[in-house]
Write a protein that binds this ligand. Structure first.
Ligand code: GLA
Length: 694
């Protein structure tokens, strides 16, 4: 058998994550093992009794299929046979391609794997090619469909809508198929976070139990089907949401799915998350090993109410408090249609001279003169019907002939499948950046989903290609902007965390985690997000949302990529001193928060307490957070054990809880236990301590 090991076995290993495949006597490809520590596993039964590696419609009767094709001759079943395997190194691991072909139809299918051994991540994707001389239809085209063995399988997924991202559901998988999916295509992670956990042997803890995490690297709709058959066979089918996205493939055409990124841990959820964090920092986001600046944003401070003087005042206050980057959010643009609220002007990316008579320059100059970087908000994929762009090009928005073009947030999605529209969108961003060389950061927003998903750029019989092709056309714009402006940092936002997937984040440095900035909700929301993303990527700002004490909000923000988003002119002296203290602390501990190893200690979801720590990967240093929350079931009240501290090590601690500080606060003291104490103040309250040992 060309390229296989041991006669018929193909092993693909990425650190502790791996898959073992084998070819049966009849040429079908089977999965022998998948998950943690599978190196060396060999078939215990005849190969043909193991589950199929990539189940196709019509091959396994009565089961979910990962691939469903209507072939050119009308046949609906696909029976794949092994042809060859190719292996080649890449900079960080190996690319393995397992080539399969239908027994009858001229269709070839490649299972692609890319290994990242240092971060224990195994990427899988699928390629389908029409090798014949007539068109076929792809109805379903999952990226990964491994079988999962286990006595008590659980699935954890997150979602929750605008301002409610990352609410977890953990459920036992019982007979039948459990589907979780996103819809709407532009802000999919609001509906379904782009990662799921499977725990085949029952609930895992942070430190114990078998856990698989699967993140789909795709900025459009996703779908996960978790199947348990009457014979208790289990499988997870992960991929792009295929409903409404059927694809025609013409002669010679090839469709490549996005990647599903798997990591496995036999020691609980903690190692799985840390592997993903490492992976995201090293191989996904841009400059992932860089340290992120402290941002002062204008959105929750002043919303659309902008003036040069007001902004200059905010810049000065931000500089005084220790911010490093001033971000001018929505409201700065518009010509004939002033943007005083969200009903107008998207598409008109010229500075609104009625608010900012001398343009952005005076604000940028003041920002740079105060030693801060300057950032700007844009939402270039969208257009308001009330805009000069829409007046000039009413047909540039996505829509279907004769159907009402419904708006959401008073806006429409520009049809970037049309080359002239894509060029205009990218050009608008280039123009803003070229005109203002002082801008070194963009918050790139997208605040609605798709409805009436039609485009004249697609033939009548390929309109269903839009949901996928629009994501790829948008990625091409991200890529162009990233390449043309390599020094401009990009924050992804889509009504908050609507684009938190590893596909989109390849072009970005960080994410606006959620529009919900109530720090009580944020403790839980950021806990959820930490199952995929490192804190360096998770924008976390101190705001007035929820009316919580500033010290508490600042502590919560310190546990992510720290920033402010409130009217700094309204702070009391005490609040200002607290924020300045937090900004100083951010500079002291952000190497740990942004680049350290996360240890989740007490789960705050549904409870009135939560705790976590970020640990220097070389040991000897950590920063720990303990939160008391005003709602939820009573959590543990005993001081929190610190499992990352070596046995017997004496630990010193210094209090870094945000507050106006006196000299007495600046002392290292031995930490009793060593354990992390809960705050003594009533909820909502927090303690932040830096720890050192050894
Ligand atoms: C979205 C974003 C917010 C803010 C507003 C501006 O809602 O998620 O952070 O930028 O748009 O309109």
């Amino acid at each position: 058998m060309p390229g296989a090991q041991d006669g018929s076995v193909i092993e693909v290993l990425a650190g502790r994550t791996g898959v073992v495949l084998a070819v049966g006597d009849d040429g079908r490809l089977h999965q022998i093992a998948f998950g943690a520590d599978v190196a060396g596993r060999r078939p215990e039964l005849p190969v043909g009794l193991h589950p199929l590696a990539h189940p196709t419609f019509g091959e396994e009767v009565g089961r979910e299929a990962a691939l469903r094709i209507t072939h050119a001759d009308g046949a609906t079943s696909t029976r794949l046979r092994f042809e060859a395997v190719e292996r080649e190194p890449h900079e960080h691991g190996e690319v393995v391609r397992v080539h399969l072909r239908d027994r009858v139809a001229p269709v070839s299918v490649t299972l692609g794997y890319r290994t990242w051994p240092a971060t224990h991540v195994l990427e899988q994707w699928v390629e389908v090619a029409d090798d014949g001389d007539a068109e076929l239809v792809l109805h379903r085209f999952a990226s990964s469909a491994p079988a999962l063995g286990g006595a008590d399988p659980r699935l954890t997924h997150w979602g929750g809508g605008w301002a409610g991202e990352w609410r977890p559901v953990t459920e036992p998988l019982r007979r039948g198929t459990k589907t979780v999916a996103s819809f709407g295509g532009v802000r999919p992670s609001l509906h379904l976070s782009p990662v799921v956990l499977v725990e085949p042997d029952g609930p895992a803890s942070e430190t114990e139990g078998l856990v698989g995490a699967c993140a789909l690297a795709w900025g459009g709709d996703a779908r996960v089907d978790a199947e348990v058959t009457t014979h208790a066979q289990q499988r997870l089918v992960v991929g792009v949401q295929h409903v409404g996205a059927e694809r025609r493939l013409g002669p010679g055409e090839r469709f490549v799915t996005p990647s599903a990124c798997w990591t496995w841990s036999a020691a609980g959820r903690g190692p799985a998350s840390r592997a993903l964090h490492d992976h995201v920092r090293r191989h996904v986001v841009r400059d992932g090993l860089g340290i992120r600046a402290t941002v002062a944003n204008t959105w929750e401070a002043v919303f659309f109410d902008l003036s040069t003087d007001g902004l200059v005042e905010l810049v000065d206050r931000a500089a005084d408090l220790g911010a490093e980057l001033f971000l001018l959010d929505d409201g700065w643009f518009g010509g004939r249609y002033p943007r005083d609220d969200d009903t107008t002007s998207l598409g008109d990316w010229d500075v609104d001279r009625s608010k900012l008579a001398a343009g952005l320059d005076p604000v940028i100059e003041r920002t740079l003169a105060r030693g801060l970087r300057f950032g700007l908000w844009v939402e270039p994929e969208m257009v308001n019907p009330a805009s000069e762009l829409h007046d000039a090009h009413p047909d540039w928005a996505i829509g279907e002939p004769g159907r009402e073009a419904r708006t959401e947030r008073h806006q429409l999605v520009l049809d970037v499948l049309r080359p002239e529209v894509a060029a205009h969108v990218a050009g608008a961003v280039h123009r803003v950046l070229d005109a203002h060389p002082g801008i070194s950061y963009l918050k790139w927003d997208a605040n609605r989903d798709l409805t009436e998903p039609g485009s004249p750029a697609l033939p009548v019989d390929r309109q269903s290609h839009l949901p996928i092709d629009r994501v790829r056309a948008t990625e091409a714009i991200f890529r162009e902007v990233a390449e043309r402006h390599p020094d401009v940092e990009l924050m992804a936002c889509a009504s908050g965390g609507g684009r938190s997937d590893l596909g989109t984040l390849r072009w970005f440095h960080e994410l606006w985690t959620s529009d919900n900035t109530d720090p009580v909700d944020r403790v839980r929301l950021q806990w959820g997000a930490s199952h995929l993303l490192p804190a360096s990527v998770l924008g976390a700002h101190v705001t007035r949302w929820g009316g919580r004490p500033i010290a508490f909000g600042a502590a919560v923000a310190l546990s992510g990529r720290f920033g402010f988003d409130l009217d700094l002119r309204t702070l009391t002296d005490d609040e200002a001193a607290t924020l300045a203290d937090a900004a100083a602390t951010a500079r002291l501990v952000r190497d740990l928060v942004q680049q350290g190893d996360l240890h989740r200690l007490v789960d705050p979801v549904g409870r009135d307490r939560g705790a976590l720590a970020y640990v220097d990967p070389n040991g000897g240093r950590a920063v720990a957070f303990a939160f008391r929350l005003p709602d939820g079931d009573p959590g543990p009240t005993d001081a929190v054990a610190l499992p990352f501290v070596p046995d017997g090590a004496g630990v010193d601690a210094i209090d870094r809880t945000p507050r106006p500080r006196g000299e007495a606060d600046r002392a290292w003291r031995p930490l009793a236990g060593p354990r992390l104490a809960w705050p003594v103040e009533p909820a909502p309250s927090a303690t932040v301590v830096e720890l050192r040992w050894g």
